[in-house]
Ligand binder design. Structure first.
Ligand SMILES: Nc1nc2c([nH]c(=O)n2[C@H]2C[C@H](O)[C@@H](COP(=O)(O)OP(=O)(O)OP(=O)(O)O)O2)c(=O)[nH]1
Length: 132
């Protein structure tokens, strides 16, 4: 049995653009794009986890809205259950810490990046949701 890994990702929208973050080359899924976030810790709600991760990784605060997607993807290292949520910035601006690059893209531009496989359903949904 592969281990289940519960992960939250923030779809941060600001000025009509969505924040995309590139994973480091030394990590699992090296160099792939993802939404900032991380593993849900024991006793946390997805929202608490997301707020904590965004503060730690991006040094800013977000207001969390509706869920975008909830999907599971089986990697060689485990099964990632990824929940993504719409977020708005409430304090500060995202800064690069753990990631190697960040980009702000319009929804229709999202499919042009090389995303972690678990993110594809969310990317397709976002790309189809906003016509801009
Ligand atoms: N934060 C985030 N993680 C994602 C996304 N898509 C996706 O497959 N993942 C995977 C990558 C990781 O295996 C896991 C998130 O764990 P993490 O952020 O706490 O861990 P990490 O990448 O620092 O480290 P690692 O232990 O996987 O090397 O979920 C996504 O959009 N955002």
């Amino acid at each position: 049995m592969k281990k289940d890994i519960h992960v939250v990702g923030a779809v941060i929208i600001d000025n009509g653009r969505i924040l995309c973050a590139k994973r480091g080359m030394e990590k699992s899924l090296p160099g792939l794009w993802e939404f900032p976030g991380g593993k849900i810790e024991q006793g946390e709600t997805p929202q608490e986890s997301l707020r904590r991760e965004i503060q730690e990784e991006m040094h800013c605060e977000v207001e969390i809205g509706e869920q975008v997607e909830h999907t599971s993807y089986e990697y060689d290292f485990g099964i990632v259950h990824l929940q993504t949520y719409y977020c708005k910035l409430t304090k500060g601006t995202p800064v690069l810490t753990e990631h190697t690059e960040i980009k702000w893209l319009a929804a229709h531009e999202l499919p042009s990046l090389d995303w972690a496989p678990a993110d594809i359903p969310a990317i397709e949904k976002l790309a189809a949701t906003f016509v801009n």
